[in-house]
Design a protein around this ligand. Structure first.
Ligand code: HEC
Length: 115
């Protein structure tokens, strides 16, 4: 993967790193994708900060009951405010990474060789 070349490493703060650790430790990729990597059960999260905003995301992450306005259930992690802030910082960093045009428009599935 080429991400290293395009990521803005000077913005990689301790808070972003804590958010990344939470992302990995809680198997978020078992349902979600970042930059297309992960599972396709739940929304792609690369641009989630832009799409949803910090307040919405914190409500989802800190919720003590499964968040599911659209039917499928997000795990009720009940994160602390600090943990939620760490995850938002991580997603902010991901969202600002130069993704070389990802996610591509229109739908990239039409260009994948599925055999
Ligand atoms: C069991 C599957 C599952 C796991 C594991 C999971 N999520 Fe989710 N998540 C969902 C589903 C499904 C939704 C969409 C719920 C809806 O809007 O109805 C969601 C929604 C979200 C949203 C809001 C996205 C949006 O566009 O509305 C964020 C942010 C989020 N999850 C972050 C995380 C993080 C961070 C983790 C790991 C700590 C995680 N999720 C783990 C299933 C999961």
């Amino acid at each position: 993967m080429e991400v290293g070349k395009h990521s803005d490493e000077e913005n990689l703060t301790a808070q972003v790193v804590r958010g990344k650790v939470l992302w990995e430790a809680n198997n978020c990729m078992g349902c979600h994708t970042i930059m297309g990597e992960g599972a396709y059960y739940a929304p792609e999260l690369t641009k989630v900060v832009e799409r949803r905003g910090e307040g919405y995301m914190k409500a989802v992450l800190m919720s003590k009951t499964p968040w599911s306005p659209r039917g499928r259930k997000m795990v009720a992690y009940g994160f602390s405010e600090e943990q939620a802030n760490d995850l938002v910082a991580f997603f902010t960093w991901i969202g600002n990474t130069d993704l070389n045009g990802f996610p591509p428009k229109p739908d990239y599935k039409s260009t994948i060789n599925t055999k």
